[in-house]
Design a protein around this ligand. Structure first.
Ligand SMILES: [Fe+2]
Length: 468
């Protein structure tokens, strides 16, 4: 295939930040050919495929042996697992340290840490063998995966780079993902991660039994939140290797890694079609909706992607984003209102400034609020928010913060709680709430006047005992 290709509404153009081309849309069935006319037409398994290619559906592989060296994933979140525990109090973590630049060409520089080796589990619920539940991980890596691919059989991964781009080679093609973008790689798909900018850091949300979906829009209609056409999927791309040296394929099954060796590249798919396709999305494209007259919208209005739980009508997790927007409401308490809710809230910051006042959150850090535990802003923030003059206001300028809004209680790993390799917690002091004042009793005279006017006894006044 030579010559210029016409610009298409259905594919994107390469740029300096991202050299790849994508097909756009969400939940579509795509078809992609790296060599024209290779996909069998009207069937999937003809007797003989063009060029004697093999026709394959996405599935597993044999020759799997256990690999015990790396055990940093947690996948069984129950009281029987001593590596995890329930925590009631709010938690906040500093960013995972960035690893030093790793020089792959220098023999003395060690082996470095690649994307998969660097993943550490923070929290989770459920179990992938039950196809139910969720896990939150972080990664901090400094070397590309060379002759090594990863395949997560436990669930779909939503990856959020926070520092450095990830150039991800999948069986279905390449995706370049930068901080500010998310990428979803489904279970069962082999991929490897190349680091074009050196050391990287970021967040991962893994779901065990469902796929990510766009939230239903209801009365919102078609012009808000994440637009389907802003999701980008790769085009077919394959490698030809003359060199027959060994490739390692790492499979994650129920949290343990299993190693398979083969003497050919796994990235040999010439053409494909279907809808089990990885995709990326630039979070800056999210179209914010909010109340414009009074009161606050529920934060689920900031939902980019959702995943269903096994309870009808209840999501397992909603991925919410906080990006620049106007606040226009009058006579409204504008900071997040004080609340207790069923969901566990795990927040992170990709870049910019976190505006919450009850704990510190740096870019790359994390915070946790347990299910049904009370939380809200500090007394100082309450005082300011209840007395300030309300004007048009920009919030989250030059910022992307996010929340994993998870409907189930989460176990936290002991690794996340006890620290190792610089993982540091900075719990907020509960004494910050000692400052909060109960103002109601300062207004006792006014309250009693109102009660008297309504024919009710004053506060503190004994009601006359009725004698029989
Ligand atoms: Fe909350």
């Amino acid at each position: 295939m030579t010559g210029a290709t016409a610009r298409s509404a259905f594919t994107t153009e390469p740029s300096s930040a991202d050299p790849h081309t994508y097909q756009t849309g969400f939940g579509n069935r795509f078809a992609s050919e790296a060599v024209p006319n290779v996909l069998p037409q009207g069937m999937n398994a003809p007797q003989r495929v063009k060029y004697d290619l093999y026709s394959e559906q996405l599935n597993g592989s044999s020759f799997v042996a256990p690999r015990h060296q790396i055990q940093h994933f947690e996948a069984c979140f129950s009281a029987a697992n001593r590596n995890v525990e329930f925590v009631a109090a709010q938690q906040a973590w500093d960013p995972l340290p960035l690893l030093l630049e790793h020089d792959e060409s220098s023999p003395g520089s060690g082996s470095g840490t690649d994307f998969v080796e660097s993943i550490r589990t923070i929290a989770g619920q459920g179990d992938p063998t039950l196809r139910e539940g969720i896990a939150i991980h972080v990664y901090s890596a400094n070397t590309s995966m060379v002759k090594r691919a990863f395949c997560n059989n436990d669930g779909d991964l939503l990856i959020l780079p926070q520092r450095g781009r990830l150039n991800i080679q999948t069986e279905l093609g390449w995706l370049m993902v930068r901080p500010g973008e998310l990428v979803v790689i489904q279970a069962g798909l082999r991929f490897r991660v190349v680091l074009p900018d050196g050391p990287v850091r970021g967040y991962i949300q893994e779901i065990f039994g469902a796929h990510y979906d766009l939230p239903d829009l209801g009365p919102v209609g078609s012009n808000g939140m994440a637009l389907p056409r802003d999701f980008e999927s790769p085009v077919a791309s394959f490698d030809i290797e003359v060199d027959k040296s060994t490739w390692e394929i790492m499979y994650k099954l129920a949290g343990s890694l299993h190693l398979c060796q083969q003497n050919h590249t796994p990235f040999d798919v010439v053409a494909w079609h279907g809808n089990l396709v990885p995709y990326k999305y630039a979070i800056e494209k999210f179209i914010n909706l909010a109340n414009v007259e009074k009161d606050q919208a529920d934060p689920t209005i900031y939902c980019v992607l959702t995943a269903k739980s096994k309870i009808p009508g209840v999501s397992l997790t909603d991925f919410l984003v906080f990006t620049p927007k106007w606040i226009t409401t009058k006579d409204t308490f504008r900071p997040p209102y004080y609340h207790r809710n069923m969901s566990t809230e795990i927040m992170g910051l990709i870049y910019g400034r976190y505006n919450g006042s009850s704990h510190v959150l740096e870019p790359g850090g994390l915070s946790y609020e347990a299910s049904y535990m009370p939380h809200g802003e500090t007394y100082e923030t309450w005082k300011d928010a209840t007395t300030r003059e309300l004007k048009l206001e920009r919030v989250f300028e030059d910022t992307i913060a996010f929340m994993f809004h998870i409907s189930v209680p989460m176990f936290i790993t002991k690794w996340a709680l006890r620290g190792e390799g610089g993982r540091s917690l900075h719990p907020s002091s509960p004494t910050q709430w000692d400052m909060a004042k109960a103002h109601f009793l300062d207004h006792l005279d006014e309250v009693n006047l109102d009660l008297k006017a309504a024919g009710l006894p004053s506060l503190g006044e004994e009601e006359e005992e009725v004698k029989p």
